[in-house]
Each structure stands twice: as C-alpha cells, then as structure tokens.
Design a protein around this ligand. Structure first.
Ligand code: SAM
Ligand code: SF4
Length: 330
C-alpha cells in the first residue's frame, strides 16, 4: 500500500470531506447573512457514487478516518447513506461528523444506529441568549437534549467545539460554566481560536483573542496536558481526574500548529485542498466518474502531495482561497 506522505515527513490518515456548502445557521464569523448560493460556481455537490469512489481511493492510500463536514452536513437528504457507504463499501474505519447540532435531539438515535464513530458539535455558549445571538437560532435546548439522548444510548465519543470570541464567551465565568458541564458529562470541550478568512476581517479584528487566555485558565486550575494519538485532530488536550470530560485548545495561529498536520480536505464540489488555508487546490472530480479511473485518481492525488506547504502562513495574514469556512468545512 502506498501511503500519503508529504515532503516534510508528515503522513495523512485523515480526510475532512465537505458534503455540502449549505447551512441553516448564521454564525457571525462564518455566514453572518446565512448561506447564499455561489453564482460563480454552478457545479453540484458531490453525489453518492462520487463520494464512494473518493473514499475507496483514500482507503487504498491508508486513510482510516473521514470527517463529514460542511456547511451543515446533516442537511443533505442522503446524509445517512453517505455514512453507510463510507463504512460499508469504502471500509473507512472511523467516520465522524462536525455538526451545528440542528435537530440533534431527533437525530441522535439514527446517528448511533448508523455506526458513526464520533460526533463533534459546535456550541459557542451555554448561555441561550449568547448562543442565539452568535448563530441566529434559538436552538441551544434541542442541541443539549441531543447530547443527552446520545449519552443515554451509550454513545460516548462526543466533542464540543466553541470558537473563542473576545467579550462574548471568553470570560472566566464562561470557562467555569464549561467546567461544570464537563464535570458531569464525558465530553471533550475545545475552544477554537477565531481564524481570519477572506470574508470576516471586521469580525476578526473585533472579536479575535489569543487562546492563551484559556490556556492560562487551565494552568491556573491545575489541568494536566495530555499528548496526541496518530489520527488525532489538532487539539491540545487537558485532563483533570475530578472531571468526566476533557478540555482542549485548537490554536491554528500557534507556533508549530502545522507540524502535526495529518489531514487533507475535499470540498463539496470535489476539489482536493492540501491545507484549509492553502492557495493550492485542484479538482479531482473528473476522475470520480467511473470505477476504472481509480488508478489514475490515485496517481493524481499522490502527485499533489509534493505541493503541500510546511505551514499555512496564517500569521502573515494569508487566507488562501478561503472566503469562509463553510466552503471547506472548518
Ligand atoms: N456547520 C457545522 C458546524 O458548525 O459544526 C460544520 C461546519 S463548520 C465550518 C466547522 C467548524 O468550524 C465549527 O466548529 C465552526 O465553529 C468552525 N468555524 C467556522 N468559521 C470559523 C472561523 N472563522 N474561525 C474558527 N472556527 C471557525
Ligand atoms: Fe453554519 Fe457551521 Fe458556518 Fe455556523 S460555523 S454558519 S453552523 S457552517
């Protein structure tokens, strides 16, 4: 088996696959005016057969984990068929999703039955009003109920992501609220540092704050730093024996963040992106049309690996092709 490796010795067992750009939320840092159809790009989102071929080639290249993201991945009508195909036909060991948790209370059972291996839910605040102001939707109760339902079904790979926003959800009181939550719930809670994208410069300038404030909080409260697994995500994790859950920090601006990069991205329209923020991206969709194109597709992907850069250069204000993270899945 030929595995995916780049020129810096990094390997890539993990793919983030966006299956739609459509989203039903209006997060201030992502789609403040809601999803708008991109009139400059009339290509449809990848269909099931294309997704199957894509996953098969990556499985051949040693990929063991695929994260479904978007936009909001669960708005796709065939969302559960996508999971089924990845697990049963492409033999992907771990299929996980990132979701805004819309209707999670109703979907929890079906999610567990689908055999999904992990659910990451974005919840920027445990305060109902703050949550509504950030996302444009008063849906915090249904999301928390969804988490409860997952737990009652003994599903325990639940992670919560919150973008850290200065003067909105970054006070000691906010951190203490999450600590109370993970004291009782076996859930990993991670703060993501707000990233600057092509569209969100004003928002970024107003609300960006270094994740150091959260790190300082964790150190002050005696949380213990824990190291990574092979196909792990980018989070720095902290444990405390008195708590059921863990805390984590995803800090893309931090020095060395890219050193442990182990993932590639596929956009909803079939572009391979070597980095969330890289300028490099090519369409591989023309080789997803027939089963017998798999060798050619494999060569194309392997050939791209030499173009993966060492770092995203975000600290230099680089935002690459990324207008907002709904097109590449965050
Ligand atoms: N709609 C789903 C959701 O919100 O979980 C999946 C897609 S969303 C783009 C994936 C993740 O990216 C979410 O956790 C979201 O909070 C995060 N995100 C979006 N824009 C961001 C930004 N500018 N900086 C940091 N994180 C961002
Ligand atoms: Fe939608 Fe996720 Fe973007 Fe929020 S962060 S607008 S839920 S894609």
């Amino acid at each position: 088996m030929q595995a995916l490796k780049d020129s810096f010795g990094r390997s890539f067992p993990y793919i983030r696959l966006s299956i739609t750009d459509v989203c039903n939320f209006k997060c201030g840092y992502c789609l403040p005016n809601g999803y708008q159809v991109d009139k400059s790009d009339n290509r449809k989102f990848l269909h099931l057969e294309e997704i199957k071929r894509l996953a098969k080639v990556f499985s051949r290249l040693g990929v063991s984990k695929i994260r479904l993201t978007g936009g909001e991945p669960t708005v796709r009508k065939d969302f559960f068929d996508v999971i089924k195909i990845l697990k049963n036909e492409a033999d992907i060991k771990k299929v996980v999703i990132t979701t805004n948790g819309y209707h999670l209370d109703k979907k929890a059972k079906k999610l567990v039955e689908s055999g999904i291996n992990g659910v990451n839910i974005s919840i920027d605040s445990l305060d109902r009003n703050i949550f509504r102001n950030i996302t444009g939707h008063d849906r915090l109760p249904e999301i928390l109920k969804g988490i409860k339902n997952l737990q009652e079904l003994n599903f325990d790979n639940i992670k919560i992501n919150a973008v850290l926003l200065n003067n909105i959800n970054a006070s000691e009181k906010d951190f203490n609220n999450w600590a109370e939550f993970i004291k009782k719930n076996k859930v990993d809670f991670r703060h993501i540092e707000l990233m600057r994208t092509g569209d969100n410069l004003d928002y970024f300038n107003k609300y960006h704050v270094s994740s150091k404030i959260f790190k300082d909080y964790l150190n002050k409260n005696k949380w213990i730093y824990q190291t990574f697994g092979k196909d792990a995500g980018p989070s720095l994790n902290y444990i405390n024996p008195k708590y059921k859950g863990k805390f984590g920090i995803i800090a893309p601006y931090s020095k060395g963040f890219c050193r442990t990069c182990n993932r590639l991205r596929i956009t909803s329209r079939g572009d391979l992106r070597l980095c969330l923020f890289g300028n490099t991206g090519i369409s591989i969709r023309h080789l997803l049309q027939k089963d017998d194109q798999i060798d050619e597709l494999q060569d194309l992907i392997l050939g791209q690996m030499k173009f993966k850069k060492e770092s995203h250069y975000l600290e230099l204000g680089e935002t690459g092709l990324t207008k907002n993270l709904s097109t590449t899945g965050g």
